[in-house]
Design a binder for this molecule. Structure first.
Ligand SMILES: *Cc1c(COP(=O)(O)O)cnc(C)c1O
Length: 388
């Protein structure tokens, strides 16, 4: 019988070795040995399920993938070196030259570069819709459209897309519906329940949760994962056993960490709502969020990202960042440490103001990845920086 989320995250484990260890050991090995020629032949022919070579599978990566498969309610999965290698390999494995993709415009920066700079090398074009243009999605679908792609909540503006609604459109047009579930984590949101065929994570973020290792994973329908697996096993974007070992341990505490992250984030969002220096606050579980109802339908918690608009625009945003004392200025997110970013002067600084506005980045937008410090200390730091 399938156990509860937290139990699966803790009790899904590789078989014990002859040493009867309690915690899964690190299988730092590139390859595996065979008893005889026949065993080797049968293994390569996939008549026998076993580890051959760590580019294909390794006990540590398998344990990590098995956990994510359970958590997302998927059928199969594969672990990648980074979130971007998970995203790129998934697209490369499933698309042919001349295929077409429909995606929300609010996607991770490197995903956007993949769509606009690299996939066109193989004559694969992407049509974009904005977060508030879901009613346009059907009009963007063409004869050669193969994938419908979204992230929700979006980065950095924390907008919410309706998974159920978009899942229905994908189904109606026979498209592969792929969701980057990085901001929510499988504890908060399981897109497969709402019709996603594949779910992708950058495990670098909340799955690790401690800012240590890079990782990525794709899980979903078995037939699609089979194509992705065959492509990956031959092209080499595999996760290292060490990172898989770290990440599998991290999953054991995912539920408690995310609960605390979300509790802190909601308290900070409520504080910001009352601040005189703040024009607007966006957090999925605040009633003032434009997609509050959709967030409540598809998310268990509001997550750990809070976005707000500081009064005074670009200059005020930069000054705010310079006045931060405890929180970190960093591009990462989903860490134990609270991280503050000002997208329009940093990560999205090279875009024109018009392009930034397309993805909801106003000049005064600040994104906070709320960590696990005591919330009073977090609020104190943000408060003194706002006052400056
Ligand atoms: C960070 C991130 C990625 C890329 O992951 P890496 O592990 O840095 O390659 C993809 N999507 C989202 C939403 C992210 O935040």
């Amino acid at each position: 019988m399938k156990k509860h989320f937290e139990t699966e995250a803790i009790r899904t484990q590789t078989e014990r070795s002859q040493f009867s260890e309690h915690s899964t050991p690190l299988y730092l090995t590139s390859s595996f040995v065979f008893d005889d020629a026949e065993e080797m032949r049968a293994s390569f022919a996939e008549e026998k399920q076993r580890n051959l070579y760590s580019r294909f599978t390794n006990p540590n990566t398998t344990e990590f993938v098995d956990k994510i498969v359970q958590m997302e309610g998927a059928e199969a999965g594969y672990a990648f070196a980074t979130g971007m290698s998970a995203i790129f390999t998934t697209f490369a494995a499933l698309l042919n030259a001349g295929d077409h993709v429909v995606s929300c415009r609010s996607v991770f920066g490197s995903t956007h570069s993949m769509f606009t700079k690299f996939l066109p090398k193989w004559n694969i074009e992407t049509s974009y819709f904005k977060v508030d243009e879901v009613d346009l999605v059907e009009s963007l679908i063409k004869e050669n459209t193969k994938i419908l792609y979204i992230e929700t909540p979006t980065n950095p503006a924390v907008d919410i897309l309706d998974l159920e609604l978009i899942g229905k459109i994908a189904k109606k047009h026979n498209l592969i519906f792929i969701v980057d579930n990085c901001f929510a984590t499988p504890y908060v949101q399981q897109p497969i329940k709402f019709g996603a065929d594949l779910v992708i994570h950058s495990a670098t973020k909340l799955i690790d949760g401690q800012g240590r290792v890079l990782g990525g994973v794709t899980v979903g329908k078995a037939d699609l994962m089979r194509e992705i697996y065959l492509f990956a096993r031959n092209t080499g974007p595999a996760m290292s056993p060490f990172n898989a070992w770290v990440l599998s341990k991290s999953l054991e505490t995912l539920s408690v960490r995310v609960e605390k992250h979300a509790k802190n984030a909601k308290k900070l969002a409520k504080f910001l709502e009352k601040s005189d220096y703040v024009k607007m606050v966006k957090y999925p579980f605040l009633k003032s969020h434009p997609q509050y109802k959709v967030a409540k339908k598809q998310m268990k918690l509001g997550g750990n990202i809070v976005a707000f608009e500081i009064k005074g625009g670009l200059e005020a945003g930069r000054k705010f960042l310079d006045s931060i004392k405890m929180c970190s200025l960093s591009a990462n997110l989903g860490d134990t440490r609270t991280i503050v970013t000002h997208p329009s002067s940093t990560t999205h600084g090279r875009l024109s103001e018009e392009d930034r506005l397309e993805v909801g980045i106003t000049n005064g937008l600040v994104r906070i990845s709320v960590g696990l410090e005591n919330i009073t200390d977090i609020i104190e730091d943000i408060k003194q920086a706002l006052e400056k």
